[in-house]
Write a protein of this length. Structure first.
Lengths: 343, 329
């Protein structure tokens, strides 16, 4: 079996809050593997820790107030990114592992042309001359499907539409042909017809460039259509991990099930949606035991006290959860008879 | 057939083009946000108004309520001509027509408690004696599923879903018949979005409300609307009962929009129509059919470039603005 490109083990990223309301345990023991060439979807709602996870991988979490706890491991091609010296980390960031963000307007510098911004990484990491870097920038604009690239290269971000800006962001991220692309809600700010264009572009580029992609999204529809494997996050933890088809065929965790039932679908006629009762808890006060138990329709006494580990479908303890593993952080995996059926 | 509660006729809203820096130079062309929209809603029904950014869907909602003055057109609400009313009758009418906004955080006053927010419209419209106020506030909170303890809280102490419930309670406080819901669940997480959609459906049943439900999310609209109108660049391009829009769309834009929605089913084998190009600016709408530069219809021809298609019936109750609405793609 192939070795993972990126191994995340027991990642804990905490934030000290201002008002003395305690420590926010935004990411609290997250583990997953990313294999070469695959797309791993990380899905969850606001506050589940998916964005902080992605920022932690490249050590982009502002310190303070944030800090990554000792004992966390983020291994890229055998090296722990968390203990790497700054120059070594910089050689990886933007070069071997690149990232695109939700809001292209705030991630692009308004006073530089898009060509300058795309060329920057090529000049730094690949020591291209200015002229060669400019030629590369035009090539990249062409690759991401921007019409008239030789002209657009001298435009400023404000002269471009939202969809075009996101294409420029992708061109910037891919200019050094990274092995890993982390895409954090890359289409959330876009209209649905533009979103379809960008997702198709990412799919095509992934195949052409042979990258592995971590696709972070709140949208189960995007995960279903574009990820090979999925990690579902809730309250700072991985609550379920599985190959995409297995996850949608047989969700094991009641939260995953609840999310799937709550999504309005275009292919089902008007009907009452099944909402998950209650709210996502605050990161400063995760519930005891299973963090989902206050909202779970199946919870029993044990769930409020004992925190379940990630359990393999077979009932054993799941480790990092790579390959074909289907595991969930739920006691129902061991005691399926406790599942309550529809009232 | 019952008379419509709301009858919008040829509504137009143009924003004048700005002059350049320092007010010099030639003025820019006007932004044609809404360009001749007609629609009706029967009492107790929900019309879903869908479209992408710049389609003019929110402007339609706000102009109907006269939160913005129209450029042209007519709106009849319960038979009264909304745009002809003076200040007094307009205020009285606002009791009957309300709005729920997308972002409850920016539409609630951060310095007012929930109780103060809910009391304000009751006081303005003299709908409750001071002695009854507390009871009315508690009853409104209960109706939207919030505990009485929320009365003393400020908006920043609430979650997104709780804030939207307060926004709905505020709209309900004056006992309206009609509510414009402008992207009411777009800012909410999926699990909470379902709670708020169910609440809106329950309130409609209970209070016999009529909704204009504005959204960009076609899947959300499917779960609330009786009828759907699709907007593109200030015009309605298709309008039909919900089952027909979702089951047998006739306009190429509606088809593309539906096929672009990511479905939460990895086995869904669909032929996705990916449109090329961006949505044009409503300040420079294309000639002829506004959709023609992006249209994937194989029959597209010169007529599409020169002649704007009228919104016309293609089946009883099903309107589409496409020269080739009868032909498959």
């Amino acid at each position: 079996m192939t070795e993972p490109l990126l191994r995340v083990r027991d990642l804990k990223t905490y934030f000290v809050t201002e008002h003395g309301s305690g420590t926010a345990r935004a990411v609290d023991g997250v583990s997953f593997d990313l294999y070469p060439g695959e797309t791993l979807g990380i899905v969850g709602e606001s506050g589940c820790g998916k964005t902080v996870t992605s920022l932690s991988i490249l050590r982009l979490v502002p310190e303070p107030p944030g800090h990554i706890r000792p004992g966390s491991l983020i291994e890229f091609e055998g090296r722990n990114l968390l203990t790497l010296a700054p120059p070594d980390l910089r050689a990886i960031r933007g070069n071997q592992i690149a990232m695109i963000f939700q809001e292209p307007m705030t991630s692009l510098n308004p006073v530089f042309t898009v060509g300058d911004q795309i060329a920057e990484a090529a000049i730094i990491h690949q020591r291209l001359s200015r002229k060669a870097a400019r030629a590369r920038a035009i090539e990249m604009l062409q690759l991401v499907g921007i019409p008239d690239p030789a002209e657009r290269v001298d435009h400023y971000p404000h002269q471009l539409s939202g969809g075009m800006r996101q294409r420029v962001m992708i061109a910037m991220a891919l200019v050094c042909h990274p092995k890993v692309l982390i895409a954090d809600e890359p289409t959330t700010a876009l209209d649905v017809t533009i979103q379809a264009q960008i997702l198709e572009l990412l799919d095509r580029l992934q195949v052409e460039l042979g990258m592995a992609v971590v696709l972070i999204t709140h949208d189960l529809g995007i995960v279903a259509g574009h990820a090979d494997r999925v990690v579902v996050m809730y309250a700072g933890q991985v609550v379920e991990t599985a190959p995409t088809t297995a996850l949608f065929d047989r969700p094991l965790h009641p939260y995953t099930e609840g999310l799937m039932a709550a999504v309005p679908r275009i292919d089902t006629p008007r009907s009452r949606l099944q909402a998950i009762p209650g709210q996502v808890p605050a990161a400063t006060a995760w519930p005891s035991g299973c963090r989902f138990h206050p909202r779970c329709p199946h919870a029993w006494a044990k769930c409020a006290v004992d925190e379940p580990p990630l359990l393999d479908e077979g009932g054993g303890e799941g480790g990092g959860g790579g390959g074909e593993t289907h595991a969930a952080r739920c006691w129902l995996v061991q005691e399926p008879a406790r599942r309550r059926h529809e009232p | 057939m019952t008379a419509p509660l709301l009858d919008v006729q040829q509504l137009v809203k143009h924003y004048p083009g700005e002059r350049g820096l320092l007010g010099l130079g030639r003025p820019r062309p006007p932004v044609r946000a809404v360009d001749g929209v007609s629609l009706t809603i029967a009492p107790g029904q929900t019309l879903g108004l869908v479209g992408e950014s710049g389609s003019g869907k929110s402007t339609v909602g706000r102009t109907i309520l006269r939160l913005q003055e129209p450029t042209a057109g007519r709106v009849l609400f319960e038979g009264a001509d909304v745009f002809a009313l003076g200040a007094g009758p307009l205020r009285a009418l606002r009791r009957r027509m309300q709005i729920v906004f997308q972002d409850p955080y920016s539409s609630l006053n951060p310095r007012m408690t929930v109780a103060q927010t809910l009391r304000e419209p009751l006081e303005i419209h003299r709908l409750a004696e001071p002695a009854q106020m507390e009871g009315r506030v508690t009853a409104l909170l209960d109706e939207v599923g919030l505990e009485p303890a929320f009365a003393g809280r400020y908006p920043h102490e609430l979650s997104g879903g709780q804030r939207q419930r307060v926004g709905i309670a505020r709209a309900l406080s004056v006992e309206p018949r009609f509510i414009v819901c402008d992207e009411p669940v777009s800012a909410l997480d999926v699990s909470v979005q379902a709670q708020v959609l169910n609440l809106l459906a329950d309130l409609q049943q209970k209070r016999r409300l009529t909704y204009l439900f504005i959204a960009h999310d076609l899947a959300v609209v499917r779960h609330i609307a009786d009828e759907v109108a699709v907007m593109y660049l200030g015009r309605i391009v298709e309008r039909a009962p919900a089952p027909a829009i979702y089951g047998a769309p006739r306009h190429p834009y509606t088809r593309a929009l539906l096929s672009a929605v990511p479905e939460p089913d990895p086995r869904a084998a669909r032929t996705r129509i990916v449109l090329t190009g961006d949505i044009p600016s409503p300040a420079h709408p294309p000639s002829g059919c506004p959709f023609h530069p992006r249209c994937p219809h194989p029959k597209k021809n010169d007529r599409c470039r020169t002649e704007t298609p009228a919104l016309r019936p293609v089946e009883p109750g099903h309107l589409a603005a496409c020269h080739f609405a009868e032909q498959p793609m």
